[in-house]
Design a protein around this ligand. Structure first.
Ligand code: F6P
Length: 342
């Protein structure tokens, strides 16, 4: 393939630009390929809205957060222009022989369907949530964990000074990876994740025992966590770009409950998009750069319908068709750290 289109789709994530840079540098230098970047994810591909990408346009990008291409949660197939025959015609008209889609589970599902419909496409996994199947880690996760860990460190000093219980809510959608890692790194007294139920009684018992030792109880809760019997979304924040209810707000639900039961003043902090913005950590820069470099090998060998992935320390590839829904935190990973709670 001579001319390759790249797009970033779904929520943004630190490291996207490093992937673009790695792919463009490898493709231009080793295979003499040309690159274009579709603007705002699938929309740019469907509407043939793109910019050319060369050595100069990716200079210094490894450290930049966000994505120079823009992103959106718009999916193909939703409009007549998003149908495969129209996309193929658009690609042919613009001389584009292959597409690299960088995104999360929704993007990989769309890429799989497009590949099945004859579009030459490969995937690169990204999400701060680390819930994408097929890869040990996704870039953006380490950055989010670092930001959340710093937040815990900061909350701890103010909590200790005021003898308060502090609750930090982190992202992760229906997976507890960010909470598990940041909570472990920050020495949280309780980590609450969607994959594992904990009762209010148990949470309050941990809080009380920490308080009795003269410390400020520190709880890290994943946005997808619910108490047993709590079925509704905690807050009415409308729908996200995929039509799913927005998560978040559990920390503010828990804080008054804990305060009332324990008599300990409690404060909630929702970290929000701070954990998704800014510069990637060095780990994420390296992972994203390697994925960008290696996805060019899939393209060069026309191994369409596959996604590059991290397995141990190696970059491998997996068939998009084989990806499972969500990579949840396994029970043993939770129980491993649960012994430290309270
Ligand atoms: O999937 C990444 C993520 O940041 C989730 O952790 C979070 O639930 C969601 O995206 C937030 O989406 P938005 O940026 O559309 O509010």
């Amino acid at each position: 393939p001579r001319r390759i289109g790249i797009l970033t789709s779904g929520g943004d994530c630190p490291g996207l630009n490093a992937v673009i840079r790695g792919a463009v540098l490898k493709g231009t230098e080793v295979y003499g390929q040309e690159f274009v970047g579709f603007r705002d994810g699938w929309r740019g591909m469907i509407e043939a809205d793109f910019m050319s990408l060369d050595r100069t346009s990716v200079r210094g990008l490894a450290k930049e957060g966000g994505t120079i291409l823009g992103t959106s949660r718009i999916g193909p197939y939703r409009t007549p222009e998003g149908q495969p025959d129209r996309i193929l015609a658009t690609l042919a008209r613009n001389g584009i022989d292959g597409v690299i889609a960088i995104g999360g589970d929704g993007t990989m599902r769309a890429a799989h369907l497009l590949h099945a419909d004859g579009i030459p496409i490969v995937g690169v996994p990204k999400t701060i949530d680390n819930d994408l199947d097929g890869t040990d880690y996704s870039f953006g996760f380490d950055t989010a964990v670092s930001v959340a860990t710093e937040a815990i460190d900061r909350l701890r000093t103010t909590g200790n000074a005021n003898h308060r219980c502090m609750i930090l809510e982190v992202m992760g959608r229906h997976a507890g990876w960010i909470a598990l890692h940041a909570g472990t790194a920050g020495g949280a007294h309780a980590i609450l994740i969607p994959e594992h139920p904990e009762s209010l009684e148990q949470i309050c018992a941990w809080v009380t025992s920490v308080h009795e030792r003269g410390r400020s109880p520190m709880i890290v809760v994943a946005e997808g966590f619910t108490l047993p019997g709590m079925t509704e979304a905690h807050s009415d924040r409308g729908l996200d770009g995929f039509g799913r209810p927005r998560l978040g707000g559990i920390a503010e639900v828990l804080a008054p409950m804990i305060a009332e039961r324990t008599g300990i003043e409690t404060r909630a902090t929702v970290l929000g998009h701070i954990q998704r913005g800014g510069v990637p950590t060095s780990f994420d820069r390296v992972l994203a750069t390697r994925l960008g470099i290696d996805v060019i090998e899939l393209v060069a060998r026309r191994q369409w319908g596959r996604m590059v992935a991290l397995r141990g320390t190696d970059i491998v590839s997996v068939a998009l068709a084989e990806l499972q829904e969500t990579k949840s935190v396994p029970p043993e990973r939770y129980h491993e750290v649960r012994v430290l709670f309270g």
